[in-house]
Every structure is written in structure tokens, then in C-alpha cells.
Design a protein around this ligand. Structure first.
Ligand code: GLU
Length: 310
């Protein structure tokens, strides 16, 4: 079965969002996702929502959420409505898990990481689960994790920047976990439930998340949720060819002097501000960008050297 995804390219009232994980302050790479998603929504009079993805307590850095909010304000990237925290959304994720179990689309799994490593085969996104527990658990055993059945799922979609995409989930990713053995709900499930609950119509984010899109579309289909439009932005890479991230110690944004960093981000995304805007406040830069914004001007590349010299 091929699930073709063909959302209309223009929506009259788009709803976009920025969904940072509060593992540290924002850096130039995260600014690109914030600016790109903000402009894509605001250039069409859409809403822009903010969700803090604090799903994984050990990875959360205390105070990072408020630092992120302060940076967005310093850069003029104001959001609509209340900030959603994933840590407060457990009931919604549990309800989605139950819906999938009831529909026979998810199953309990007893396998340990070691067993999966030993029996699974390597895939582009890590070891592919060999399907050991698909047939059901023997009586009296309780599941360590919950997985979604990927058999026969072929996902095709059009990325508004990266072009047509397709994936054979069973061959490339396998039956992925939606509730992990440590009891935490997995990123794909939480994200799909939250985007749908907020009425998100477009997901603009970094190209590193392109491979996450097919499993997320699969979950939307299984849960009967609409699929948003997708646009994956090029990534900012450091001199060593690795993407800027908290793990590679990317510099935090400087909230005291946002203009030059915003101008660099706009240039990176194919919208360099004209010389007359040199030194302009962020509100003016954003106004100009909002009127000029076009996804067609964004380089269709996976990654490019960051202009911040990291
Ligand atoms: N929380 C994810 C991250 O910070 C982003 C998720 C998304 O935008 O879909 O990498």
C-alpha cells in the first residue's frame, strides 16, 4: 500500500510551530528552524505556536525553557497562545497509545536492547527490530515497551524544499517504539499527537529530521489524523562537517545583539537583507523578510557551512 500525501501547497490560515527540546540554550542552528518556521507562517498571516519538547527528563537542562523564550523574544519571534509543555501531555499520549493498541496497530514487546542488537539487522537509522514480539506475548508477561507495526507501510510525501520523498518503513526503520522501556513516550508519538491537537498545518524544521517524517506520517494515518505540509531546511554545519548542536558545543545565541545573527540566518536561508537594512532592529529585518519570503529561495541542500564560523 502506498500512502500518498498531497497537502495543498497554500493554506489560507496556516498554523506553524517551533518545537525545541530544552536541552540547552538556542544556537544558530536552532535559530534557523525558528526563523524559517516563523516566516513561513507569518508571511501568509498564519499563527506560529511554541512547544517545549521536554519529554525526556534526563536530557532537560533546568532553566533552558525560559532561556529559549527569552531568546525568541530578543529576536522578535513572538508566538501565539500559551506555550505547550510535553511533560504536561502524558494523558493525551496514553490515549493515543491505547487507540493504537485497540486498533491492533501497536503491540507490547519484551525484548531488551541487547537482544535487539543481537537479532536485528542494521538500517539507516539504527538496528531494525526483528519483529520478535509481533505475534503477542505469552500469558503473564508484561510489555517492556510498545511498538507500532510497520509491515507494508510505504510512505510518500512531497517536501516543499527537499522535493519528493518516499520510504519503505518496514525495510528502512522497522517496528519503532512509541513507548520506551524506561516508560517514556517516544518522540514520534508525542509530536504527532501534539501537532494534531494544536491544529498544526505545516512543519518547518531542520533537514536532520527529514528521516523522522515517514514514521510520523505512518502514525498520523494509524491515528486518523491529518498530515501537515512539510519543509525541511538546510542544516548549518561546523568546520568539521557536523551539524551545529548542543552536543557539538554550538555557541548560544547572543540575545544582547540579535540583529547581525538574524541577518546571518536570513542570508543562510537565501534571503540576505539588502545593504540599507544593515544595523536595522530585528522587527524591521523580520518585516522585510516576511514580505520577501519564498521557500523557492532556500537552498535545496542538506547542509552548508555555518556563517557563524563555529
Ligand atoms: N524537538 C525537536 C528538536 O529540538 C524538534 C522537533 C520538530 O521540530 O519536529 O530537535
Amino acid at each position: 500500500m502506498i500512502n500518498h500525501y498531497n497537502a495543498p501547497m497554500q493554506k489560507s490560515h496556516p498554523i506553524g510551530r517551533f518545537a525545541p527540546s530544552p536541552t540547552g540554550p538556542l544556537h544558530f542552528g536552532s535559530l534557523l528552524a525558528a526563523v524559517g518556521s516563523w516566516l513561513q507562517a507569518r508571511s501568509r498571516d498564519g499563527q506560529w505556536l511554541l512547544r517545549i519538547e521536554d519529554l525526556d527528563p534526563p536530557r532537560v537542562m533546568v532553566g533552558a525553557d525560559s532561556a529559549i523564550l527569552r531568546s525568541l523574544e530578543a529576536f522578535g519571534l513572538y508566538w501565539d497562545g500559551a506555550v505547550v509543555y510535553q511533560s504536561a501531555r502524558q494523558e493525551a499520549y496514553q490515549a493515543a497509545l491505547e487507540q493504537l493498541i485497540d486498533a491492533g496497530a501497536a503491540y507490547g514487546c519484551l525484548c531488551t536492547r541487547k537482544q535487539i542488537q543481537a537479532r536485528g539487522r542494521p538500517g539507516p537509522a539504527g538496528v531494525i527490530y526483528p519483529g520478535t514480539c509481533r505475534a503477542g506475548l505469552s500469558p503473564g508477561k508484561s510489555a517492556r515497551s510498545w511498538r507500532v507495526d510497520s509491515r507494508g507501510a510505504r510512505i510518500a510525501f512531497e517536501d516543499a524544499i527537499q522535493g519528493p520523498q518516499q520510504a519503505d518503513l518496514e525495510a528502512e526503520i522497522g517496528d519503532f517504539a512509541i513507548r520506551r522501556a524506561d516508560g517514556l513516550f517516544a518522540y514520534h508519538l508525542a509530536l504527532v499527537v501534539d501537532d494534531a491537537a494544536s491544529g498544526v498545518t505545516e512543519v518547518v524544521r531542520g533537514q536532520d529530521l527529514l528521516a523522522c517524517t515517514p514514521p510520523q506520517i505512518h502514525l498520523q494515518h494509524l491515528l486518523g489524523l491529518p498530515s501537515p505540509e512539510y519543509a525541511h531546511l538546510p542544516l548549518a554545519m561546523n568546520r568539521h562537517g557536523t551539524k551545529l548542536s548542543k552536543q557539538t558545543f554550538a555557541k548560544a545565541l547572543d540575545d544582547a545583539d540579535p540583529g547581525p545573527q538574524l541577518a546571518q540566518a536570513l542570508g543562510f536561508l537565501g534571503h540576505p537583507p539588502p545593504a540599507g537594512l544593515h544595523g536595522a532592529p530585528v522587527a524591521e529585518l523580520l518585516d522585510w523578510a516576511r514580505n520577501t519570503w519564498s521557500l523557492e529561495r532556500i537552498p535545496r541542500l542538506a547542509g552548508m557551512l555555518s556563517p557563524t564560523g563555529e
